[in-house]
Design a protein around this ligand. Structure first.
Ligand code: ATP
Length: 117
C-alpha cells in the first residue's frame, strides 16, 4: 500500500486530536491543565529548563490519555461484555495515565512552590 502524503498523515493525526477534544472529558481537563501551565510559565517567568520539564510532563499526560482511550476502544471492540481480563487491561492502561498525572502534580508543586510561596 502506498504511503499517504505527509500532509494527509498530519491531517489524520489532527482529526484524532479533535475527536479526543470533543468526546473525552479527561482529555479536556488535561488540555485545560496545559493551558493553565502555559499561563503560569509566562506569568511566573519560570526558567527555560523548568518550562521544558513542565511541558514534557503535560504533553506526556495528554499522549498517555490518548493511548488509554485507544486501549479502551480496542477492548470494547474485542469484548463488549463484562470480562475479568478486559478489566485488568483497562485498569492497567488507566493506571499509566494516573501515574503520569501524579508525576505532573509533583513536578508542578516542586517547580511552582518557589515562585508562589
Ligand atoms: N468489558 C469490561 N469488562 C470488565 N470491566 C470493564 C469492562 N469495561 C470497563 N470495565 C471497567 O470499567 C472501567 C472503566 O472503563 P471504561 O471503558 O468505561 O472507561 P472510561 O469510563 O472511559 O474510564 P477512564 O476514565 O479510565 O477513561 C475499567 O477501568 C474497568 O475496570
Amino acid at each position: 500500500m502506498r504511503k499517504p502524503p505527509i500532509h494527509r498523515s498530519f491531517g489524520n493525526a489532527i482529526k484524532g486530536l479533535i475527536l479526543m477534544l470533543k468526546s473525552e472529558r479527561n482529555f479536556q481537563i488535561e488540555v485545560l491543565a496545559l493551558l493553565v501551565n502555559l499561563f503560569l510559565i509566562v506569568y511566573l517567568k519560570v526558567t527555560e529548563f523548568e518550562a521544558t520539564i513542565i511541558l514534557v510532563v503535560s504533553f506526556s499526560v495528554l499522549s498517555l490519555e490518548i493511548l488509554n482511550t485507544c486501549v479502551e476502544k480496542i477492548c470494547d471492540i474485542i469484548q463488549p461484555d463484562y470480562d475479568e481480563r478486559i478489566k485488568i487491561i483497562k485498569d492497567m492502561a488507566a493506571g499509566s495515565v494516573f501515574l503520569m498525572a501524579i508525576g505532573s502534580v509533583v513536578v508542578g508543586v516542586l517547580i511552582y512552590a518557589k515562585y508562589l510561596l
